[in-house]
Write a protein that binds this ligand. Structure first.
Ligand SMILES: [Fe+2]
Ligand SMILES: [Fe+2]
Length: 267
């Protein structure tokens, strides 16, 4: 199975791909092309698809990891070119959400009424050997939260619980591969969920892990548990954060690598 990091904050040296604060992965399976997230803009998504020599119309399914704009911003441009594209996500994808900074409140939900949504909180098989994780319902380990994200709670506000945050699980030739969007549910919670739901640990983890605001204690715990689990190969990007990347690279050496736009991996 061939995986391409299509959109990321960083770009592979000498790649013609464009970068932006956002994320998308392209998966080539025997059953066709699958897109995981759409980056932050149609312009970058469509340009990088052209660089990858993949016509939008040849994409047979889209999975959205969660509703945030840096993962869904390319959606309307994609749907203009591929009307009716099946979209897999968690039911909370379409709930109202807000960002609060100082006194300013901004609506941050998905601005689209989507037709072909296949919403489920349970794992869904998207193509043979490729599943959504379903909701990461048990979260005993630290999550990847932002202090600015809120949902309505009666008359007031509550922190966004990110129930819609899901990752993707793929059956590769060497074992399961996990692709994360932002991993707001927390990387360890997501890994424990995969073990419970799929009966095995992933041999590799790709994508954004939202460790950008993790404190020292969180990172120490992450290293300790990963060491106990037997660390997967980590291809980290997007909202992982430089400090977390350095801590993980120091702990696990060449099992850790960056994953900028233009990275192609075979599993
Ligand atoms: Fe993100
Ligand atoms: Fe996010």
């Amino acid at each position: 199975m061939k995986l391409t990091c299509l959109v990321d904050n960083a770009v592979q040296p000498h790649s013609a791909s464009w970068g932006e604060h956002g994320l998308a992965f392209l998966i080539e399976s025997e059953e066709g092309w699958l897109l995981f997230d759409t980056g932050a803009s149609g312009a970058v998504l469509l340009h990088n698809l052209e660089v990858a020599e993949v016509a939008p119309r040849s994409i047979s399914a889209l999975v959205l990891s969660h509703s945030h704009w840096d993962h869904t911003g390319g959606l309307s441009a994609l749907l203009e070119r591929v009307p009716g594209l099946p979209i897999y996500a968690h039911p909370d994808l379409v709930r109202e959400r807000f960002s609060r900074r100082g006194g300013e409140v901004q609506a941050k939900g998905l601005p689209l009424a989507l037709e072909a949504l296949r919403l489920s909180a349970a794992p869904q098989e998207v193509l043979p050997g490729i599943w959504t994780t379903g909701e990461i319902s048990e979260r005993p380990e630290p999550e990847g939260r932002s202090p600015h994200h809120f949902v309505r709670d009666g008359e007031g506000w509550a922190p966004d619980p990110y129930r819609d945050d899901m990752s993707l699980v793929l059956e590769g030739s060497q074992g399961l591969v996990l692709i994360c969007g932002c991993c707001h549910a927390g990387l360890l919670n997501t890994l424990l969920h995969v073990r419970r739901a799929f009966g095995r640990d992933p041999v590799a983890v790709l994508g954004g892990t939202h460790l950008i605001s993790a404190d020292e204690r969180h990172l120490r715990r992450l290293v300790e548990v990963l060491r106990r689990l037997g660390p997967p190969a980590l291809y980290l990007n997007h909202c992982t954060g430089q400090a977390a990347y350095v801590v993980l690279a120091q702990a696990f050496g060449d099992r850790v690598a960056p994953c900028p736009a233009g990275t192609v991996l075979e599993f």
